[in-house]
Design a protein around this ligand. Structure first.
Ligand code: C2O
Ligand code: CU
Ligand code: CU
Length: 554
């Protein structure tokens, strides 16, 4: 993890902060049956009078915030009006490989991709961006990216700020480099910081508890974010939804693709202002954005610089004034239920903007499936970084939990559901993940370094999730496994081809609602009379043996 050292002088930050007078752009939030994203070329003025060629998703730069609801079906029509191929990936969402928008799911120029999937993630901050083979950094740098906010009943029941643009704000941080004509120079580092596409922005926040949804949308730079004067804030959510309790911090390090939701208590501060900073001087030399001299130089590397000025205005009519003591109920997966493990060793000596970095000795090959995983497995993956640089490692197909870093449990803010984890040099990070969505050979899931330069330089691999045993009738063709009666009013009996060790029932959005260890017998009974009527998945496991079936509770 990032080890914070003594901060250097912040003079640069203080002098530069005076000019933060561009109102922060807030992308429109859409809550629609069908979202329509038109990916196209545009010209945008980040600075008055200077035209910059950009790409955007139904916008000159970036795209709208898509509001989705857990359990609902999201429908999106992606229209490619670029003169090159693209794809669209829903980063962090647990969707089957077919709808994941990886490099195989090409949308040709002029074509449309109609995609729909059930939203299975809990409330949280996710995002979308293109994922075309070797073009991800380019297209994302040009401006194609946007937020996805998932809402659910659990989050809605909490007294949290959630009025978009009033007390709940998306904040995507991107560094960009401009050439003399005002166009982007695509590379690992920029020397200007854009927030939601706004340079030197300010945001008016009411004097109450406000919520910032922070996203590192940069190619390679890592931001240790915090407020001047070390004003504390509460981290309430990580990549994949609410933490179980808020964590008070004065820094939140965000690597590429990572999100954090924070609450900032501005009560009684009307008329004041506060500066959100990136404390780059505190980065260890192994992390892109530090002052490490052998890497690409950037005026922003190794220094503390301002990101966003917050101007505090009068409170709203119905302000949130307290921070809830408890939040979500997500339980990290229990390692005792793991059905397998894999080690992913990262090697190579390279620069921030280039390869050659490898995962288990290989570079990305779009024609090779690197891992095959059984549907319903729960695996422990170890990222062992033997290279010369920290890498933000990302796995498609859902969220994982961090078990430990070098054998030590992660800090509280890293204990929620995650999909990106920064793995430092010489560090071993173990994560545990469940693979509950199918992803066949045609549409594999990716796992990769989310430094977009590394990703495009082949620091990526792909896996599929297969189900040899899926039985919709609860009966294997050979009669070896049966589940009866089905539908049921309460009791479900099973007879299995293997001695069963664990029995699990999950609901239609994948939440575990019942879990039992049983003494390796091939017959048994599960009592689901306590569950409400609906369709569930029954999973029987023993090590690598897994069997699923749909069970209907009447
Ligand atoms: Cu943010 Cu493979 O993606
Ligand atoms: Cu992703
Ligand atoms: Cu990397």
């Amino acid at each position: 993890m990032i080890k914070l050292s003594v901060p250097a002088c912040a003079m640069f930050a203080l002098s530069a902060s005076a000019q933060f007078n561009n109102p922060l752009a807030i992308p429109p939030a859409l809550d629609l049956d069908t979202f329509h994203l038109v990916v196209d070329e545009h010209v945008h003025q980040f600075y008055p009078g200077i035209n910059t060629n950009t790409y955007g998703a139904s916008a000159e730069y970036l795209g709208p915030t898509l509001i989705m609801h857990t359990g609902d079906t999201a429908r999106i029509r992606v229209h490619n009006d670029l003169s090159q191929i693209t794809t669209m990936h829903w980063h962090g969402l647990r969707v089957p490989g077919e709808f994941d928008g990886g490099p195989q799911r090409v949308i040709d120029p002029g074509d449309v991709w109609d995609v729909k999937y059930q939203v299975k993630n809990p409330a949280g901050t996710y995002w979308y961006h293109p994922h075309p083979h070797m073009l991800t950094a380019f297209q994302a740098s040009m401006g194609i990216a946007g937020f996805i906010i998932v809402q659910d009943d659990e989050e809605a029941a909490l007294d949290l700020p959630r009025t978009y643009g009033m007390d709940d704000f998306p904040v995507v941080v991107q560094d960009r480099k401009f050439d003399a004509n005002g166009d982007f120079v695509i590379g690992p580092f920029g020397d200007s910081v854009l927030v939601n596409g706004t340079p030197r922005p300010y945001l008016e926040c009411p004097a109450q508890v406000v919520r910032l949804r922070l996203l590192n949308g940069s190619n390679a730079r890592v931001y240790p974010l915090g407020f001047e004067n070390d004003q504390p804030f509460s981290v309430i959510a990580s990549d994949g939804g609410l933490l179980n309790a808020p964590v008070t911090m004065d820094r939140i390090p965000l690597s590429n693709g990572e999100r954090a939701e924070i609450l900032l208590d501005l009560t009684g501060m009307e008329g004041d202002s506060l500066l959100l900073m990136s404390y780059g001087s505190e980065l260890p030399p192994t992390v892109p954005g530090s002052s490490y001299v052998l890497w690409e130089s950037s005026p922003l590397s190794g220094i503390d610089f301002p990101v966003l000025r917050i101007r505090i205005t009068a409170p709203t009519a119905d302000p949130v004034t307290t921070i809830p003591a408890t939040l979500g109920t997500a339980q990290p997966y229990d390692e005792a239920f793991a059905t397998g493990s894999r080690t992913k060793t990262l090697t190579g000596n390279g620069m921030v903007g280039m390869g050659m970095f490898m995962i288990n000795g290989a570079m990305y090959d779009i024609n090779v499936i690197n891992d095959t995983i059984q549907l319903g497995s729960m695996e422990v993956w170890t990222f062992q970084n033997n290279s010369n640089m920290a890498h933000p490692m990302h796995i498609h197909g859902g969220s994982f939990f961090i078990l430990d870093r070098d054998g030590i449990a992660p800090p509280a803010w890293e204990r929620g559901a995650k999909d990106v984890v920064l793995v430092d040099v010489d560090e071993a990070v173990r994560v545990i993940m469940r693979f509950d969505e199918l992803s066949g050979e045609e549409w594999p899931y990716m796992y990769h370094c989310h430094n977009l330069m590394h990703e495009d330089n082949m620091m990526m691999a792909q896996y599929i999730v297969v189900d040899p045993h899926m039985a919709v009738t609860g009966r294997m063709d050979d009669g070896s496994i049966t589940v009866y009666p089905n539908p049921t009013e309460g009791m479900v009996h099973y007879r299995s081809a293997f001695p069963v060790r664990t029995v699990e029932i999950t609901d239609n959005v994948g939440r575990s609602v019942l879990r039992d260890k049983v003494s390796e017998r091939s017959t048994g009974t599960v009592d689901i009379s306590g569950l409400r009527a609906g369709v569930y998945t029954l999973t029987l496991r023993n090590g690598g043996n897994i069997f699923h079936t749909k069970v209907i509770r009447e």
